[in-house]
Design a protein around this ligand. Structure first.
Ligand code: ARG
Length: 558
Protein backbone atom coordinates (compact mmCIF):
# COMPACT_ATOMS: atom_id res chain seq x y z
CA UNK A 1 0.00 0.00 0.00
CA UNK A 2 2.96 2.34 0.60
CA UNK A 3 3.78 1.79 -3.00
CA UNK A 4 0.29 2.77 -4.10
CA UNK A 5 0.47 5.90 -1.95
CA UNK A 6 3.65 6.89 -3.78
CA UNK A 7 2.00 6.21 -7.11
CA UNK A 8 -0.99 8.42 -6.25
CA UNK A 9 1.38 11.10 -5.01
CA UNK A 10 3.19 11.09 -8.36
CA UNK A 11 -0.03 10.99 -10.37
CA UNK A 12 -1.35 14.02 -8.50
CA UNK A 13 1.90 15.85 -9.07
CA UNK A 14 1.78 15.06 -12.75
CA UNK A 15 -1.89 15.98 -13.27
CA UNK A 16 -2.19 19.00 -11.00
CA UNK A 17 1.39 20.08 -10.38
CA UNK A 18 1.11 19.95 -6.59
CA UNK A 19 2.54 17.74 -3.87
CA UNK A 20 -0.07 16.63 -1.38
CA UNK A 21 0.40 14.01 1.32
CA UNK A 22 -1.51 10.82 0.52
CA UNK A 23 -3.12 8.92 3.38
CA UNK A 24 -5.38 5.87 3.38
CA UNK A 25 -8.10 5.18 5.91
CA UNK A 26 -9.64 1.75 6.34
CA UNK A 27 -13.27 1.69 5.22
CA UNK A 28 -16.05 0.18 7.33
CA UNK A 29 -17.04 -3.39 6.44
CA UNK A 30 -20.41 -2.44 4.87
CA UNK A 31 -18.81 -0.21 2.25
CA UNK A 32 -17.20 -1.54 -0.90
CA UNK A 33 -13.39 -1.50 -0.87
CA UNK A 34 -10.70 -1.77 1.79
CA UNK A 35 -9.18 1.70 1.89
CA UNK A 36 -10.28 5.17 1.05
CA UNK A 37 -8.24 8.16 0.09
CA UNK A 38 -9.36 11.79 0.25
CA UNK A 39 -6.84 13.51 -2.05
CA UNK A 40 -9.41 14.34 -4.70
CA UNK A 41 -11.46 16.32 -2.20
CA UNK A 42 -8.40 18.21 -1.06
CA UNK A 43 -7.46 19.07 -4.63
CA UNK A 44 -10.84 19.94 -6.08
CA UNK A 45 -10.96 23.63 -5.22
CA UNK A 46 -7.44 24.35 -6.50
CA UNK A 47 -8.07 22.27 -9.64
CA UNK A 48 -11.33 24.10 -10.26
CA UNK A 49 -13.19 20.82 -10.75
CA UNK A 50 -15.70 18.74 -8.85
CA UNK A 51 -14.11 16.23 -6.46
CA UNK A 52 -15.77 13.38 -8.39
CA UNK A 53 -14.15 14.48 -11.58
CA UNK A 54 -10.72 14.78 -9.94
CA UNK A 55 -11.13 11.32 -8.41
CA UNK A 56 -11.96 9.81 -11.79
CA UNK A 57 -9.00 11.50 -13.44
CA UNK A 58 -6.64 10.08 -10.82
CA UNK A 59 -8.16 6.61 -11.01
CA UNK A 60 -7.61 6.51 -14.75
CA UNK A 61 -3.85 6.67 -14.13
CA UNK A 62 -3.62 3.99 -11.42
CA UNK A 63 -2.24 0.46 -11.86
CA UNK A 64 -4.59 -2.47 -12.34
CA UNK A 65 -3.43 -4.42 -9.25
CA UNK A 66 -6.33 -2.95 -7.31
CA UNK A 67 -9.87 -1.96 -8.20
CA UNK A 68 -11.12 1.55 -7.57
CA UNK A 69 -14.38 3.36 -7.20
CA UNK A 70 -15.50 6.89 -6.42
CA UNK A 71 -17.54 7.03 -3.24
CA UNK A 72 -19.41 9.62 -1.18
CA UNK A 73 -18.43 13.24 -1.80
CA UNK A 74 -15.31 12.24 -3.75
CA UNK A 75 -13.38 9.56 -1.93
CA UNK A 76 -11.29 7.19 -3.98
CA UNK A 77 -12.09 3.75 -2.62
CA UNK A 78 -9.52 1.08 -3.19
CA UNK A 79 -10.29 -2.60 -3.10
CA UNK A 80 -7.45 -5.06 -2.93
CA UNK A 81 -7.88 -8.72 -3.65
CA UNK A 82 -6.23 -11.25 -1.39
CA UNK A 83 -4.82 -12.93 -4.43
CA UNK A 84 -3.13 -9.74 -5.64
CA UNK A 85 -1.61 -9.19 -2.20
CA UNK A 86 -0.37 -12.75 -2.14
CA UNK A 87 1.22 -12.11 -5.54
CA UNK A 88 2.94 -8.98 -4.24
CA UNK A 89 4.37 -10.73 -1.23
CA UNK A 90 5.44 -13.79 -3.22
CA UNK A 91 7.27 -11.50 -5.65
CA UNK A 92 8.95 -9.48 -2.93
CA UNK A 93 9.81 -12.44 -0.73
CA UNK A 94 13.40 -13.60 -0.45
CA UNK A 95 15.96 -14.61 2.20
CA UNK A 96 16.41 -11.03 3.35
CA UNK A 97 12.82 -9.81 3.15
CA UNK A 98 12.48 -6.60 5.15
CA UNK A 99 16.12 -5.65 4.93
CA UNK A 100 17.60 -3.30 2.35
CA UNK A 101 21.00 -2.15 1.18
CA UNK A 102 20.46 1.63 1.22
CA UNK A 103 23.33 2.04 3.68
CA UNK A 104 25.75 -0.20 1.82
CA UNK A 105 29.29 1.09 2.12
CA UNK A 106 28.44 3.30 5.07
CA UNK A 107 29.90 2.82 8.54
CA UNK A 108 28.32 3.74 11.84
CA UNK A 109 29.61 3.50 15.38
CA UNK A 110 26.98 2.69 17.98
CA UNK A 111 28.27 3.40 21.44
CA UNK A 112 26.62 1.60 24.37
CA UNK A 113 26.09 0.77 27.22
CA UNK A 114 29.12 2.76 28.47
CA UNK A 115 28.77 1.68 32.07
CA UNK A 116 30.98 3.07 34.78
CA UNK A 117 33.56 0.80 36.37
CA UNK A 118 33.39 2.14 39.89
CA UNK A 119 29.93 0.90 40.81
CA UNK A 120 27.74 -2.08 39.96
CA UNK A 121 25.65 -1.94 36.77
CA UNK A 122 22.44 -0.09 37.64
CA UNK A 123 19.13 0.44 35.82
CA UNK A 124 20.60 3.79 34.80
CA UNK A 125 22.47 1.90 32.08
CA UNK A 126 19.55 -0.23 30.93
CA UNK A 127 18.27 2.09 28.22
CA UNK A 128 21.73 2.86 26.80
CA UNK A 129 22.13 -0.88 26.20
CA UNK A 130 18.71 -1.61 24.70
CA UNK A 131 18.55 1.54 22.58
CA UNK A 132 22.17 1.31 21.43
CA UNK A 133 21.69 -2.30 20.40
CA UNK A 134 18.48 -1.54 18.48
CA UNK A 135 20.28 1.31 16.71
CA UNK A 136 22.93 -1.17 15.62
CA UNK A 137 20.43 -3.73 14.36
CA UNK A 138 18.24 -1.17 12.57
CA UNK A 139 21.20 0.26 10.70
CA UNK A 140 22.46 -3.21 9.84
CA UNK A 141 19.03 -4.05 8.46
CA UNK A 142 19.47 -1.02 6.21
CA UNK A 143 22.80 -2.22 4.90
CA UNK A 144 25.18 -0.27 7.15
CA UNK A 145 28.29 -1.70 8.69
CA UNK A 146 28.06 -1.00 12.43
CA UNK A 147 30.92 -0.99 14.90
CA UNK A 148 29.85 -1.21 18.53
CA UNK A 149 31.94 0.20 21.34
CA UNK A 150 31.42 0.15 25.08
CA UNK A 151 32.89 3.47 26.20
CA UNK A 152 33.65 2.34 29.74
CA UNK A 153 33.75 4.95 32.46
CA UNK A 154 37.15 3.86 33.73
CA UNK A 155 39.18 7.05 33.81
CA UNK A 156 41.80 7.42 36.54
CA UNK A 157 40.15 8.38 39.77
CA UNK A 158 38.10 5.29 40.66
CA UNK A 159 41.27 3.35 41.31
CA UNK A 160 42.71 5.86 43.78
CA UNK A 161 39.39 6.02 45.62
CA UNK A 162 38.89 2.27 45.59
CA UNK A 163 42.41 1.57 46.85
CA UNK A 164 42.17 4.12 49.67
CA UNK A 165 38.77 2.84 50.76
CA UNK A 166 39.86 -0.77 50.43
CA UNK A 167 42.88 -0.25 52.69
CA UNK A 168 40.89 1.76 55.20
CA UNK A 169 38.24 -0.96 55.43
CA UNK A 170 40.87 -3.69 55.68
CA UNK A 171 39.10 -5.94 53.16
CA UNK A 172 40.39 -9.24 51.82
CA UNK A 173 41.49 -8.97 48.19
CA UNK A 174 40.36 -12.53 47.48
CA UNK A 175 36.86 -11.94 48.77
CA UNK A 176 36.10 -8.42 47.61
CA UNK A 177 33.14 -8.10 45.23
CA UNK A 178 31.79 -5.43 42.89
CA UNK A 179 29.17 -4.62 45.53
CA UNK A 180 31.94 -3.97 48.09
CA UNK A 181 33.77 -1.81 45.59
CA UNK A 182 30.62 0.11 44.80
CA UNK A 183 29.95 0.76 48.47
CA UNK A 184 33.55 1.73 49.14
CA UNK A 185 33.33 4.16 46.28
CA UNK A 186 30.12 5.80 47.44
CA UNK A 187 31.32 5.99 51.07
CA UNK A 188 34.70 7.40 50.08
CA UNK A 189 33.12 10.01 47.85
CA UNK A 190 30.89 11.16 50.69
CA UNK A 191 33.80 11.23 53.15
CA UNK A 192 35.97 13.15 50.73
CA UNK A 193 33.23 15.70 50.26
CA UNK A 194 32.89 16.13 54.03
CA UNK A 195 36.65 16.37 54.37
CA UNK A 196 36.88 19.03 51.69
CA UNK A 197 34.10 21.01 53.37
CA UNK A 198 36.17 20.95 56.57
CA UNK A 199 39.19 22.22 54.66
CA UNK A 200 41.08 18.93 54.94
CA UNK A 201 42.45 16.62 52.31
CA UNK A 202 43.97 13.47 53.83
CA UNK A 203 41.72 11.06 51.89
CA UNK A 204 42.05 12.99 48.67
CA UNK A 205 45.83 12.93 49.07
CA UNK A 206 45.82 9.21 49.74
CA UNK A 207 43.74 8.59 46.62
CA UNK A 208 46.11 10.76 44.61
CA UNK A 209 49.11 8.85 46.03
CA UNK A 210 47.67 5.56 44.85
CA UNK A 211 47.26 6.94 41.35
CA UNK A 212 50.87 8.13 41.34
CA UNK A 213 52.02 4.76 42.61
CA UNK A 214 50.10 3.07 39.84
CA UNK A 215 51.66 5.36 37.26
CA UNK A 216 55.16 4.68 38.55
CA UNK A 217 54.63 0.94 38.35
CA UNK A 218 54.36 0.15 42.06
CA UNK A 219 53.80 -3.59 42.53
CA UNK A 220 50.94 -3.42 45.06
CA UNK A 221 49.12 -0.68 43.18
CA UNK A 222 49.33 -2.73 40.02
CA UNK A 223 48.02 -5.88 41.67
CA UNK A 224 45.12 -4.03 43.26
CA UNK A 225 44.25 -2.18 40.07
CA UNK A 226 44.24 -5.34 37.97
CA UNK A 227 42.11 -7.12 40.53
CA UNK A 228 39.58 -4.28 40.87
CA UNK A 229 39.31 -3.86 37.13
CA UNK A 230 38.77 -7.55 36.62
CA UNK A 231 36.05 -7.70 39.26
CA UNK A 232 34.27 -4.75 37.71
CA UNK A 233 34.62 -5.93 34.12
CA UNK A 234 33.54 -9.49 34.93
CA UNK A 235 30.45 -8.04 36.54
CA UNK A 236 29.67 -5.77 33.58
CA UNK A 237 30.10 -8.69 31.19
CA UNK A 238 27.89 -11.00 33.20
CA UNK A 239 25.05 -8.47 33.22
CA UNK A 240 25.48 -7.79 29.51
CA UNK A 241 25.40 -11.52 28.86
CA UNK A 242 22.09 -11.80 30.67
CA UNK A 243 20.77 -8.97 28.52
CA UNK A 244 22.25 -10.67 25.44
CA UNK A 245 24.31 -7.59 24.65
CA UNK A 246 27.87 -7.45 23.47
CA UNK A 247 30.12 -4.94 21.74
CA UNK A 248 32.98 -5.26 19.27
CA UNK A 249 35.21 -2.92 21.26
CA UNK A 250 35.57 -1.83 24.82
CA UNK A 251 37.70 1.26 24.63
CA UNK A 252 37.11 3.11 27.87
CA UNK A 253 37.81 6.70 28.80
CA UNK A 254 41.28 5.88 30.15
CA UNK A 255 42.31 4.59 26.74
CA UNK A 256 41.90 8.13 25.37
CA UNK A 257 43.49 10.25 28.12
CA UNK A 258 46.90 10.73 26.52
CA UNK A 259 45.53 11.17 23.03
CA UNK A 260 43.01 13.73 24.32
CA UNK A 261 45.67 15.72 26.19
CA UNK A 262 47.93 15.78 23.15
CA UNK A 263 45.07 17.06 21.00
CA UNK A 264 44.22 19.77 23.52
CA UNK A 265 47.81 20.93 23.34
CA UNK A 266 47.74 20.86 19.56
CA UNK A 267 44.49 22.85 19.27
CA UNK A 268 45.71 25.30 21.90
CA UNK A 269 48.85 25.94 19.86
CA UNK A 270 46.77 26.28 16.70
CA UNK A 271 44.63 28.93 18.42
CA UNK A 272 41.43 26.87 18.22
CA UNK A 273 41.29 26.49 22.01
CA UNK A 274 42.22 29.18 24.51
CA UNK A 275 43.85 29.13 27.90
CA UNK A 276 42.47 30.80 31.01
CA UNK A 277 44.65 32.65 33.49
CA UNK A 278 44.52 29.70 35.88
CA UNK A 279 45.97 27.42 33.20
CA UNK A 280 42.76 25.59 32.30
CA UNK A 281 41.95 25.21 28.61
CA UNK A 282 38.60 25.92 26.98
CA UNK A 283 37.03 25.58 23.57
CA UNK A 284 34.85 28.61 22.73
CA UNK A 285 31.66 27.64 20.90
CA UNK A 286 29.99 31.03 20.33
CA UNK A 287 29.96 30.55 16.57
CA UNK A 288 27.56 27.64 17.15
CA UNK A 289 25.26 29.72 19.31
CA UNK A 290 26.55 28.06 22.50
CA UNK A 291 27.79 30.70 24.89
CA UNK A 292 29.22 28.28 27.46
CA UNK A 293 32.70 27.25 26.33
CA UNK A 294 33.65 23.61 26.76
CA UNK A 295 36.24 22.99 29.46
CA UNK A 296 38.93 20.83 27.86
CA UNK A 297 41.62 20.58 30.53
CA UNK A 298 41.71 21.35 34.25
CA UNK A 299 43.97 24.06 35.60
CA UNK A 300 46.30 21.40 37.03
CA UNK A 301 46.59 19.81 33.60
CA UNK A 302 44.36 16.87 34.46
CA UNK A 303 42.10 15.31 31.82
CA UNK A 304 38.32 15.70 31.95
CA UNK A 305 35.40 13.78 30.45
CA UNK A 306 35.60 16.13 27.44
CA UNK A 307 39.35 15.51 27.06
CA UNK A 308 38.80 11.77 26.69
CA UNK A 309 35.85 12.29 24.36
CA UNK A 310 37.99 14.53 22.16
CA UNK A 311 40.62 11.77 22.02
CA UNK A 312 37.92 9.21 21.35
CA UNK A 313 36.32 11.14 18.47
CA UNK A 314 39.71 11.60 16.88
CA UNK A 315 40.57 7.93 17.31
CA UNK A 316 37.31 6.72 15.80
CA UNK A 317 37.59 9.10 12.87
CA UNK A 318 41.12 7.94 12.07
CA UNK A 319 40.67 4.22 12.73
CA UNK A 320 37.10 3.56 11.65
CA UNK A 321 36.16 6.42 9.29
CA UNK A 322 32.52 6.43 10.41
CA UNK A 323 29.80 8.27 8.52
CA UNK A 324 27.75 8.44 11.66
CA UNK A 325 28.47 8.05 15.40
CA UNK A 326 25.63 7.28 17.75
CA UNK A 327 25.90 7.90 21.46
CA UNK A 328 23.20 6.04 23.42
CA UNK A 329 23.25 8.15 26.58
CA UNK A 330 20.49 9.56 28.81
CA UNK A 331 18.89 12.98 28.45
CA UNK A 332 20.91 14.46 31.36
CA UNK A 333 23.90 14.75 29.05
CA UNK A 334 22.10 16.63 26.29
CA UNK A 335 23.93 19.88 26.74
CA UNK A 336 27.26 18.09 27.03
CA UNK A 337 26.72 16.40 23.68
CA UNK A 338 25.54 19.63 22.07
CA UNK A 339 28.87 21.10 23.07
CA UNK A 340 30.81 18.02 22.01
CA UNK A 341 29.19 17.92 18.57
CA UNK A 342 29.83 21.63 18.08
CA UNK A 343 33.45 20.97 19.02
CA UNK A 344 33.55 18.16 16.44
CA UNK A 345 32.41 20.62 13.76
CA UNK A 346 34.88 23.21 14.91
CA UNK A 347 37.82 20.85 14.49
CA UNK A 348 36.46 19.61 11.15
CA UNK A 349 35.48 16.01 11.93
CA UNK A 350 33.46 14.82 8.97
CA UNK A 351 30.99 12.38 10.56
CA UNK A 352 27.41 12.99 11.56
CA UNK A 353 26.98 12.73 15.33
CA UNK A 354 23.77 11.67 17.01
CA UNK A 355 22.93 11.78 20.67
CA UNK A 356 20.42 8.95 20.99
CA UNK A 357 18.94 10.25 24.22
CA UNK A 358 16.02 8.97 26.23
CA UNK A 359 14.03 9.65 29.35
CA UNK A 360 14.25 7.99 32.74
CA UNK A 361 12.83 4.71 33.96
CA UNK A 362 10.06 5.52 36.41
CA UNK A 363 8.10 3.53 38.94
CA UNK A 364 4.94 4.11 40.91
CA UNK A 365 5.81 4.86 44.53
CA UNK A 366 3.92 3.13 47.37
CA UNK A 367 2.01 6.42 47.68
CA UNK A 368 0.91 6.11 44.07
CA UNK A 369 3.16 8.82 42.65
CA UNK A 370 5.22 8.42 39.50
CA UNK A 371 8.92 8.81 40.31
CA UNK A 372 12.35 7.89 39.01
CA UNK A 373 13.05 4.23 39.76
CA UNK A 374 14.89 3.70 43.05
CA UNK A 375 15.00 1.33 45.98
CA UNK A 376 15.38 1.76 49.71
CA UNK A 377 19.11 1.43 49.21
CA UNK A 378 19.22 4.05 46.45
CA UNK A 379 19.80 2.99 42.87
CA UNK A 380 18.30 -0.25 41.61
CA UNK A 381 20.86 -2.67 40.27
CA UNK A 382 20.10 -4.07 36.86
CA UNK A 383 20.77 -7.54 38.26
CA UNK A 384 18.07 -7.00 40.88
CA UNK A 385 15.64 -5.90 38.18
CA UNK A 386 16.47 -8.98 36.10
CA UNK A 387 16.12 -11.27 39.12
CA UNK A 388 12.74 -9.78 39.87
CA UNK A 389 11.70 -10.11 36.22
CA UNK A 390 12.72 -13.76 36.11
CA UNK A 391 10.82 -14.46 39.29
CA UNK A 392 7.68 -12.94 37.81
CA UNK A 393 8.09 -14.89 34.59
CA UNK A 394 8.44 -18.14 36.54
CA UNK A 395 5.24 -17.31 38.42
CA UNK A 396 3.25 -16.16 35.39
CA UNK A 397 4.26 -19.16 33.31
CA UNK A 398 4.35 -21.79 36.04
CA UNK A 399 2.52 -24.42 33.96
CA UNK A 400 4.83 -24.01 30.97
CA UNK A 401 7.82 -25.61 32.76
CA UNK A 402 10.21 -23.16 31.18
CA UNK A 403 13.92 -23.78 30.85
CA UNK A 404 16.20 -21.25 32.55
CA UNK A 405 17.20 -19.94 29.16
CA UNK A 406 13.58 -19.36 28.16
CA UNK A 407 12.92 -17.63 31.48
CA UNK A 408 15.81 -15.30 30.72
CA UNK A 409 14.56 -14.68 27.18
CA UNK A 410 11.06 -13.81 28.33
CA UNK A 411 12.23 -11.68 31.26
CA UNK A 412 14.62 -9.64 29.12
CA UNK A 413 12.11 -9.58 26.25
CA UNK A 414 9.57 -8.01 28.58
CA UNK A 415 12.01 -5.44 29.92
CA UNK A 416 13.42 -4.55 26.52
CA UNK A 417 10.00 -4.25 24.91
CA UNK A 418 8.90 -1.82 27.62
CA UNK A 419 11.80 0.37 26.57
CA UNK A 420 10.32 0.66 23.07
CA UNK A 421 6.68 1.12 23.98
CA UNK A 422 6.83 4.83 23.22
CA UNK A 423 9.14 7.29 21.55
CA UNK A 424 12.48 6.99 23.37
CA UNK A 425 12.30 10.61 24.51
CA UNK A 426 9.48 9.79 26.90
CA UNK A 427 10.27 8.32 30.28
CA UNK A 428 9.15 4.71 30.63
CA UNK A 429 7.09 3.37 33.44
CA UNK A 430 8.17 0.08 34.89
CA UNK A 431 4.77 -1.41 35.59
CA UNK A 432 5.23 -5.15 36.21
CA UNK A 433 1.51 -5.86 35.78
CA UNK A 434 1.65 -4.69 32.19
CA UNK A 435 5.20 -5.54 31.19
CA UNK A 436 4.95 -9.25 31.92
CA UNK A 437 1.36 -9.72 30.83
CA UNK A 438 0.44 -11.99 27.95
CA UNK A 439 -2.36 -9.63 27.05
CA UNK A 440 -1.93 -6.07 25.85
CA UNK A 441 1.12 -4.52 24.29
CA UNK A 442 4.03 -6.36 25.85
CA UNK A 443 7.16 -8.27 24.91
CA UNK A 444 5.72 -11.62 26.03
CA UNK A 445 2.59 -11.00 23.93
CA UNK A 446 4.75 -10.65 20.81
CA UNK A 447 7.01 -13.54 21.79
CA UNK A 448 4.01 -15.76 22.37
CA UNK A 449 2.69 -14.98 18.89
CA UNK A 450 6.00 -16.24 17.48
CA UNK A 451 6.00 -19.37 19.59
CA UNK A 452 2.46 -20.11 18.50
CA UNK A 453 3.32 -19.75 14.82
CA UNK A 454 6.35 -21.92 15.28
CA UNK A 455 4.18 -24.59 16.88
CA UNK A 456 1.67 -24.48 14.02
CA UNK A 457 4.46 -24.90 11.51
CA UNK A 458 6.01 -27.76 13.47
CA UNK A 459 2.67 -29.51 13.73
CA UNK A 460 2.21 -29.26 9.99
CA UNK A 461 5.80 -29.96 9.09
CA UNK A 462 6.21 -31.80 5.82
CA UNK A 463 2.72 -30.98 4.59
CA UNK A 464 2.70 -29.68 1.05
CA UNK A 465 0.03 -29.04 -1.57
CA UNK A 466 -0.71 -26.72 -4.48
CA UNK A 467 -2.60 -23.53 -3.55
CA UNK A 468 -4.91 -24.05 -6.57
CA UNK A 469 -7.21 -21.10 -7.05
CA UNK A 470 -7.28 -20.17 -3.37
CA UNK A 471 -8.33 -16.51 -3.08
CA UNK A 472 -6.38 -15.50 0.09
CA UNK A 473 -9.46 -13.55 1.16
CA UNK A 474 -9.11 -14.41 4.85
CA UNK A 475 -5.43 -13.45 4.69
CA UNK A 476 -5.88 -9.92 3.36
CA UNK A 477 -5.19 -8.08 6.61
CA UNK A 478 -2.17 -10.22 7.45
CA UNK A 479 -0.74 -9.89 3.95
CA UNK A 480 -1.18 -6.11 4.02
CA UNK A 481 0.64 -5.97 7.33
CA UNK A 482 3.50 -8.13 6.04
CA UNK A 483 3.82 -5.96 2.95
CA UNK A 484 4.37 -2.90 5.17
CA UNK A 485 7.49 -4.26 6.83
CA UNK A 486 10.26 -3.37 4.32
CA UNK A 487 9.16 0.26 4.01
CA UNK A 488 8.88 0.52 7.78
CA UNK A 489 12.43 -0.74 8.32
CA UNK A 490 13.68 1.77 5.75
CA UNK A 491 11.71 4.61 7.29
CA UNK A 492 13.12 4.23 10.82
CA UNK A 493 16.79 4.23 9.80
CA UNK A 494 17.43 7.98 9.93
CA UNK A 495 15.95 8.74 13.31
CA UNK A 496 16.37 5.26 14.80
CA UNK A 497 12.75 5.02 15.83
CA UNK A 498 12.80 1.56 17.33
CA UNK A 499 9.41 2.16 18.96
CA UNK A 500 7.79 2.07 15.52
CA UNK A 501 9.19 -1.42 15.00
CA UNK A 502 7.83 -2.40 18.42
CA UNK A 503 4.40 -1.03 17.52
CA UNK A 504 4.48 -2.94 14.26
CA UNK A 505 5.38 -6.22 15.99
CA UNK A 506 2.44 -5.78 18.32
CA UNK A 507 0.05 -5.06 15.45
CA UNK A 508 1.27 -8.06 13.50
CA UNK A 509 0.90 -10.30 16.55
CA UNK A 510 -2.64 -8.99 17.06
CA UNK A 511 -3.44 -9.49 13.40
CA UNK A 512 -2.32 -13.12 13.67
CA UNK A 513 -4.55 -13.71 16.68
CA UNK A 514 -7.53 -12.33 14.77
CA UNK A 515 -6.56 -14.41 11.77
CA UNK A 516 -6.64 -17.79 13.53
CA UNK A 517 -10.19 -17.10 14.64
CA UNK A 518 -11.49 -16.97 11.05
CA UNK A 519 -9.01 -19.25 9.38
CA UNK A 520 -8.57 -22.79 10.68
CA UNK A 521 -5.40 -24.35 9.34
CA UNK A 522 -4.97 -28.05 10.12
CA UNK A 523 -8.60 -28.86 9.34
CA UNK A 524 -8.83 -26.85 6.11
CA UNK A 525 -8.86 -28.31 2.60
CA UNK A 526 -5.40 -29.22 1.37
CA UNK A 527 -4.91 -26.24 -0.91
CA UNK A 528 -6.23 -23.82 1.71
CA UNK A 529 -4.10 -25.42 4.40
CA UNK A 530 -0.97 -25.13 2.27
CA UNK A 531 -1.70 -21.50 1.44
CA UNK A 532 -2.28 -20.66 5.09
CA UNK A 533 0.94 -22.34 6.16
CA UNK A 534 2.76 -20.30 3.54
CA UNK A 535 1.38 -17.13 5.12
CA UNK A 536 2.08 -18.22 8.70
CA UNK A 537 5.69 -19.08 7.84
CA UNK A 538 6.20 -15.61 6.41
CA UNK A 539 4.46 -13.91 9.31
CA UNK A 540 6.70 -15.79 11.71
CA UNK A 541 9.86 -14.72 9.89
CA UNK A 542 8.73 -11.10 9.80
CA UNK A 543 7.79 -11.04 13.48
CA UNK A 544 11.07 -12.70 14.46
CA UNK A 545 12.97 -10.18 12.36
CA UNK A 546 11.09 -7.27 13.86
CA UNK A 547 11.75 -8.45 17.41
CA UNK A 548 15.36 -9.16 16.55
CA UNK A 549 15.79 -5.51 15.57
CA UNK A 550 14.87 -4.74 19.17
CA UNK A 551 17.24 -7.35 20.59
CA UNK A 552 14.29 -9.47 21.73
CA UNK A 553 14.87 -13.22 21.62
CA UNK A 554 12.19 -15.86 21.06
CA UNK A 555 11.83 -18.59 23.69
CA UNK A 556 11.57 -22.21 22.55
CA UNK A 557 8.31 -22.50 24.38
CA UNK A 558 6.16 -20.49 26.77
N1 ARG B 1 29.90 6.53 31.23
C1 ARG B 1 29.08 7.66 30.94
C2 ARG B 1 27.93 7.73 31.93
O1 ARG B 1 27.50 6.73 32.44
C3 ARG B 1 28.49 7.59 29.58
C4 ARG B 1 29.50 7.69 28.49
C5 ARG B 1 28.91 8.30 27.28
N2 ARG B 1 29.78 8.34 26.18
C6 ARG B 1 30.67 9.26 25.91
N3 ARG B 1 31.41 9.10 24.88
N4 ARG B 1 30.80 10.31 26.68
O2 ARG B 1 27.44 8.80 32.19
Amino acid sequence: MENLKNIIFEVVKKLYGVEVPVEFAPVPAEIEGDYSCNVAMRLARAAGKAPHEVASEIIAELPADYSYSVAGPGFINIAVSGKALYGQLADAWNETYGYNQSGAGKVAVSEFPSTNMAKPYSVGHLRPGTQGWAAKRILEANGWKVITDNHLGDAGTPFGIWATGFKRAGLDIDKVTIYDLGELYIQMKADMKAEAAAGEHALADAAQDWLLKLESGDEEARTLSERFNKISLDHIHSVMKRMNLSTDYELGESFFVERGKALVKQYLEAGVFTQNDDGSVICPLDEFGIDVPMLMLKSNGAALYATTDLGCMDYRAKEWHPDKVIYAVGAEQKFYFEQLFALAKKIGLPQENMHLWFGTIDQISPEGKREKMSSRKGVVLLEALLDDAEKRVRENFAEAELTDEDVRRIATGAIKYSDFIADRKTGILYDPDKIFALTGQSGPFCQYACVRMRRILEKNAGFEAEFGDYDFAAEKAVLLKLLEFPALVASVADNLEAHKIAGYCFELAQEMNRYYENAPISTALDNVRAARLWVVARAMTVLERGLDLLGIEIPDKM
